[in-house]
Write a protein that binds this ligand. Structure first.
Ligand code: ATP
Ligand code: MG
Length: 645
């Protein structure tokens, strides 16, 4: 689109060398982590066995990397930050056989155009080390002799001091630091047994510190935790004739369920990204893992260097190679075959606890408003389809509907299987409209729970594996080598009470299709429960209140009951809704009469803290009640039916 103003072409001029270098530097170095990656790779190319990194302000203020590699000869030092100066490549064809990370002679030049670089280096032949500072690719003065260890220390100060837009566009220091930690973690794993790595912030303790003796698994354990390390299968494959590639690594089994997808891919020892392969691997796992859970996968792929082009991206985090699609398909196949190999875990069918059953159901199908029966029928239909052989499935289109699992119907006999707390953590739902309730009384109650919790017991519960129900009250947990008989009812009461405190005033509602008259509920309770049995443990004093008294108390508190606890009471004195304390969990309505009575009778309405505490306890007792099949009382069952239909 020509305009009058541009009708005359502007003259074409050669850009100034410094402008070219700075533009180029911006392409090679996007953020501090790119500097760290380039410097680590230089250290590894120099055959270093220890690489120590120290960082200030997420790498923006300073990055120091010290290695014990071959060092830089004094006569080469002055040109080391000039563009296209390298000790690694001589001819273009050398790229066909390239074994080093570096080959362009560009990284240090790029870094020195956007920061202040200081190098202290000593080779084993030199008597002393030399120090030289650089800006814009050029040395500042002459190299100064100084005492130094064999190896190189490179300091990069004030990154992007002359690229203010880039500097301003970066995230917080901690975000940048985490990216650095992530990259070093991956290099540490891939270089297990070859080099040790450490990372820390200036003046602080190490966030990462590996030992050169460590195996890959030991490094994974130290860096990603024992849960991942204990749930890995080893991958190994070699095709030297057809696709000419080999692969080693580790991938998680079906029992590791974690939120973050860790995918570490090294091709010919280069940390690269391959989104298509990553997605394909994740899709394979989605057939075997719970919804929103992802695997841990570390792949070290070696491709004939003649078939790979490493010179594709300025940051070197991409490579192109021959037979790319076939190799990716093969990799996915290997990962999947290992994944299904591990399915020999013994699983028994059994009835599980109602609460745990609900949590399982909710995780495999988190929608609310569906009856548990609907969910069961859905789950069993998917199990049938799940009998399809794995080899039938192409990696490109694994079908989520064919998930062959029904965790709520399984006993886990493998101690490495999922632990109880994982289900509870996963059960938590994020609600954008959540109200922040900062009442001192509620905070005090939450604090009390935290203070009274017993670390040892908490640890046992977290690390236990649910085995099955012993009877309507007791459940069996496996903790390490011990089988524990736990009062499931008490545990459920505590769980509901704590959930009540956590979600205080943020409950969604279970709305009854037909509101229930409070007076009717109370009368049933008075006739059936108080008349025939001892006062229940939930009702603390023996003095009986009449239906009218209960109505009066609840009506006078109806506004608060509705606002904080989602218990709606109409002006016609009818109960219209109850709170959802655990998503997808439907309480046993047979105990509604007792709940309504207790809400009025057993709550201390005079003191705020005591009031909330007692409402929480009353609700928790109600929600923890066993389902109908465990209750013989026919009248109870009738009430359950009235509400459910
Ligand atoms: N830590 C180090 N120990 C020894 N020599 C080093 C170190 N860092 C850099 N060098 C030397 O400096 C040269 C230039 O490094 P630079 O990273 O700029 O280029 P490169 O590694 O050759 O290629 P690329 O730009 O692809 O990384 C290297 O070829 C190497 O000889
Ligand atoms: Mg380099």
């Amino acid at each position: 689109m020509a305009t009058i103003a541009t009708s005359y072409p502007k003259s074409i001029r050669r850009l100034d060398e410094s402008v070219v270098s700075r533009i180029n530097a911006g392409e090679v170095i996007h953020r501090p982590v790119n500097v760290v990656k380039e410097l680590i790779e230089n250290s590894l190319d120099a055959n270093s066995t220890t690489v120590e990194i120290t960082v200030k302000d997420g790498g923006m203020k300073s990055i120091v990397i010290q290695d014990n590699g071959c060092g830089i000869r004094k006569e080469d030092l002055e040109i080391v930050c000039e563009r296209f100066t390298t000790s690694k490549l001589r001819e273009f064809d050398d790229l066909l056989e390239i074994q080093t990370y570096g080959f362009r002679g560009e990284a240090l030049a790029a870094i020195s155009h956007i920061s202040f670089v200081t190098i202290v280096t000593k080779t084993s032949e030199q008597m002393c080390g030399y120090k030289l500072q650089f800006t814009d690719g050029k040395p500042k003065g002459k190299a100064v002799p100084m005492a130094a260890n064999n190896g190189t220390v490179i300091t990069v100060d004030n990154l992007f001091h002359n690229l203010s837009q880039r500097k301003n566009a970066l995230n917080s220091y901690s975000h940048e630091y985490n990216l650095i930690l992530d990259v070093i973690t991956k290099y540490a794993i891939n270089n297990s047994n070859k080099s040790s790595f450490s990372l820390k912030k200036f003046g602080e303790n190490y966030d990462l510190n590996t030992n050169i003796e460590n195996t890959i698994i030991e490094n994974i354990r130290g860096l990603y935790g024992p849960n991942i390390a204990n749930n890995l299968v080893e991958l190994s494959f070699e095709d030297l004739n057809g696709l000419k590639f080999s692969m080693s690594g580790f991938s998680s089994n079906q029992t590791l369920h974690q939120k973050n997808f860790v995918f570490i891919l090294f091709i010919n020892n280069r940390l690269v990204e391959c989104p298509a392969l990553k997605k394909a691997v994740d899709l394979v796992y989605s057939n075997y893992l719970l919804k929103s859970c992802h695997p841990f996968v570390y792949l070290n792929v070696k491709i004939d260097s003649k078939n790979i082009d490493v010179n594709v991206h300025p940051t070197k985090n991409e490579v192109h190679f021959l037979h790319e699609q076939e190799i990716c398909e093969k990799v996915v196949q290997i990962v999947e075959s290992k994944l299904t190999d591990g399915r020999e875990t013994r699983r028994l069918n059994t009835e599980s606890s109602p609460l745990i059953n609900t949590v399982f159901n909710q995780i495999s199908n988190p929608s609310i408003g569906e009856s548990p029966n609907q969910k069961s029928s859905q789950s069993s239909s998917t199990s049938k389809e799940g009998n399809q052989t794995n080899s039938d499935r192409s990696y490109k289109a694994p079908n989520k509907e064919t998930t062959p699992r029904r965790p709520d119907k399984q006993i886990r006999t493998d101690s490495k299987d999922r632990k109880i707390y994982e289900y509870l953590l996963n059960a938590k739902k994020v609600d954008k409209n959540r109200r922040d309730m900062n009442l001192t009384s509620v905070s005090a109650l939450r604090r009390t729970v935290a203070e009274e919790s017993d670390n040892r017991l908490q640890d046992i519960i977290c690390k236990s594996t649910y085995v099955g129900c012993a009877d309507e009250t007791f459940v069996l947990f496996q903790f390490e080598t011990q089988l524990l008989l736990v009062n499931g009812y008490n545990l459920n009461v505590e769980l509901f009470y704590q959930l009540f405190l956590v979600d205080f005033s943020n409950f969604q509602r279970i709305k009854f299709s037909k509101p229930l008259l409070i007076a009717d509920l109370v009368n049933v309770y008075l006739e059936e429960d108080v008349g025939k049995t001892q006062p229940s443990a939930d009702c603390q004093s023996s003095q009986t209140l009449s239906a009218t008294e209960i109505e009066t108390i609840l009506m006078s508190k109806s506004e608060m009951l509705s606002d904080y606890f989602s218990i709606d009471i109409s002006s016609e004195k009818e109960l219209k809704s109850l709170p959802i304390i655990l998503d997808g969990f439907v309480p046993n309505y047979a105990f509604l009469p007792q709940l309504v009575y207790s809400l009025a009778k057993d709550v201390n309405w005079n003191q705020e803290k005591e009031c909330f505490e007692s409402i929480g306890k009353v609700l928790a007792n109600f929600y923890a009640k066993p389902p109908n099949k465990f209750t013989n009382n026919l009248e109870h069952q009738k009430w359950a039916k009235t509400v459910e239909t």
